[in-house]
Design a protein around this ligand. Structure first.
Ligand code: ZN
Length: 226
């Protein structure tokens, strides 16, 4: 069984990505990050999702991105609420975490080399895209090229690493359909940037609004709100 590293935040995109990797016949190695994010709910969600989708292993790497801050997710900056689609589409939001996907993919690359995985799955999306530069296809392609120059496995020609982005061209509704068909239980996922202390989503941040729009367009009820 080929092995794949799957970046898993606990949100519905990364859960769908992990389910697709499993459906496509990979033994999955799920990787989450305790990076100093504002709340712990997403790590709890990642743990639930990894168990539910039968990840062969699930690791949480601890890296403290609060040493730099610079994001509403890692610093004392308010999470924007009630933004319209036009506002979300205009520029890079304060919830962008500087260089996050570069950092996460670098950790995934290190684990891939250790377990001899040739594939990394990441749930980036360029459609319902919140303006994050490190979700663009050009970035993913460049990272893949770099990865094959950077590792012992790549240089010795033993493995050719590829990065799979099965959600890249999908709308949020498309992701929800794909996730359902691949066996995701969305009740286990967490999307909110600013949940209540008991974990309930705020319903007002960009992530909650995009999730709600996706479920509405998919014609499916969000089990988190049931
Ligand atoms: Zn929210």
């Amino acid at each position: 069984m080929p092995r794949a590293i799957c970046l898993l935040s606990g949100g519905l995109d990364s859960a769908t990505c992990l389910a697709v990797a499993r459906r496509d016949g990979f033994e999955t190695y799920a990787l989450s990050f305790d990076y100093g994010q504002r709340h712990r709910q997403e790590l709890a969600a990642a743990e639930r999702v990894a168990a539910h989708l039968g990840a062969h292993a699930h690791r949480v790497a601890r890296i403290d991105l609060r040493v730099f801050g610079g994001s509403a997710l890692t610093d004392d900056i308010a999470v924007p609420k009630h933004r319209s689609a036009a506002e979300m589409g205009a520029g890079i939001p304060v919830t962008y975490v500087p260089a996050r996907n570069t950092i996460f993919l670098s950790f995934a690359l290190a684990w891939a080399e250790v377990v001899a995985a040739e594939t990394i799955f990441i749930g980036v999306n360029a459609v319902d895209y919140s303006g994050y530069p490190d979700c663009r296809p050009a970035f993913i392609h460049a990272f893949e090229q770099m990865a094959n120059l950077a590792t012992k496995a790549g240089v010795e020609g033993r493995t050719k690493l590829s990065i799979r982005t099965p959600l890249l061209e999908l709308t949020k509704a498309g992701i929800i359909h794909l996730g359902r068909s691949a066996g995701v239980d969305f009740a286990l996922t967490h999307s909110c940037y600013d949940p209540a202390p008991d974990g309930r989503p705020c319903g007002q941040c960009d992530s909650c609004l995009l999730r709600a729009k996706g479920f509405a367009e998919a014609g499916v009820a969000d089990p988190l709100l049931a």
